[in-house]
Design a binder for this molecule. Structure first.
Ligand SMILES: O=C(O)CCC(=O)C(=O)O
Ligand SMILES: [Fe+2]
Length: 280
C-alpha cells in the first residue's frame, strides 16, 4: 500500500482531494464574519470599501478577507490572535478536521483499530501574513512542541488557497524522521521571535529539502520526528494553513492535558460580582 510505504519511508504522505470545496467556502465565511465582528467590536474604521457578509463569495473575495485581516493586524496582533482562537473551536473547523477520510487515513498510518479514540491536540488554522518573519517556524521536530511522550501524527493542509513556494508553504527534510531526535537548541522568546527549538544547520544539510506545494483539498500527514519548517511568504497574500496533531489514546503513556480556557475579559468571580446585586 502506497500510503503506508510513503509515510514510513519518507516520513510523510500527501493525500489528494480530501477536503470538499464546500467546507472551504464555509470556512471562508467563518473567517469573514469573525473579521467583520472584530472590526465592529474594536471600532476600527477602514480606508477602503468592504462588502457585507451577504455580498461576498468564495473564492472571488479572498483578497478582501486578506485586506481586512491585514488591517486588523496593523491595529493589534491581539485581534488576529482572537480570530485564530475562535476559528479553532468553530463548528465548521471541527467538521473540517474530523472528515471521515482524514480520520481513516490517520488510523491506517498509526495502525489503529476503528474503536481506538483519537485525541485532537491544538488543531488550528495558521494565518501567515506577507513578509512576516516573526511567526515563521525554523527547522524543528514537532515532538518538542506538543504533548510529552505522545504517539501521534501531524496533519497540515492548505486552506482557502493553494500553498505554494511563493506564499511560504511547508518545507520538509525527506526521511529525516528515520534518525530520531536531531541536535537542536532551545531559545527563549525574544522581541523578534517566539520560543523556538531549532535544529542545527549541519543536520539539515544531510537531507533532501522539499517545499511541499499543495492544492486546495490536499492533506499532508507526517511523522512526529520529521524535520519541517515554514517557508517565507514573499507573496502579497495571506497563507492559511490547517495544523494539528492526532494522538493515539490507547498508547500507554498518553495522558490528556487539562484544557486551560482563560477569559479574555473578566474572571468568573468578577462576572458573578457584577450580577450579584440583581440576584433575587
Ligand atoms: O505552516 C507552517 O508555517 C509551519 C507549521 C508547522 O511547523 C507545524 O504545523 O507544525
Ligand atoms: Fe511544526
Amino acid at each position: 500500500m502506497n500510503k503506508i510505504k510513503d509515510f514510513k519511508e519518507n516520513g510523510f504522505y500527501v493525500e489528494k482531494s480530501v477536503i470538499p470545496i464546500s467546507l472551504q467556502e464555509e470556512l471562508f465565511l467563518t473567517f469573514y464574519d469573525l473579521a467583520l465582528s472584530s472590526l465592529n467590536r474594536n471600532k476600527i474604521k477602514l480606508d477602503f470599501e468592504i462588502k457585507n457578509i451577504n455580498e461576498v463569495s468564495f473564492p472571488n473575495d479572498i483578497l478582501i478577507l486578506d485586506k481586512i485581516l491585514s488591517a486588523l493586524l496593523e491595529h493589534s496582533n491581539d485581534h488576529i490572535a482572537e480570530i485564530y482562537d475562535t476559528v479553532a473551536y468553530s463548528s465548521t473547523f471541527l467538521k473540517f478536521i474530523s472528515l471521515p477520510k482524514i480520520e481513516g487515513t490517520v488510523r491506517e498510518l498509526l495502525s489503529l483499530e476503528k474503536h481506538t479514540p483519537l485525541y485532537s491536540a491544538t488543531h488550528r488554522i495558521r494565518m501567515d501574513f506577507p513578509k512576516d518573519v516573526k511567526r515563521k517556524a525554523g527547522w524543528h521536530q514537532e515532538i518538542f512542541y506538543t504533548l510529552p511522550e505522545a504517539r501521534f501524527l501531524q496533519t497540515w493542509a492548505p486552506v482557502l488557497r493553494d500553498s505554494t513556494v511563493d506564499n511560504g508553504t511547508l518545507g520538509v527534510c525527506k526521511k529525516s524522521h528515520l534518525n530520531g531526535i536531531a541536535e537542536q537548541t532551545w531559545e527563549e522568546e525574544r522581541k523578534d521571535y517566539a520560543t523556538r527549538i531549532t535544529i542545527d544547520e549541519k543536520v539539515i544539510e544531510q537531507y533532501e529539502q522539499i517545499d511541499v506545494s499543495m492544492e486546495l483539498g490536499d492533506v499532508i500527514y507526517f511523522d512526529p520526528h520529521l524535520i519541517h519548517r515554514s517557508g517565507y511568504n514573499s507573496s502579497q497574500q495571506v497563507r492559511y494553513s490547517q495544523v494539528g496533531m492526532w494522538n493515539d489514546c490507547s498508547y500507554k503513556d498518553f495522558r490528556a492535558p487539562k484544557p486551560d480556557f482563560i477569559s479574555r475579559t473578566i474572571s468568573l468571580r468578577e462576572n458573578y460580582e457584577k450580577y450579584k446585586n440583581s440576584i433575587k
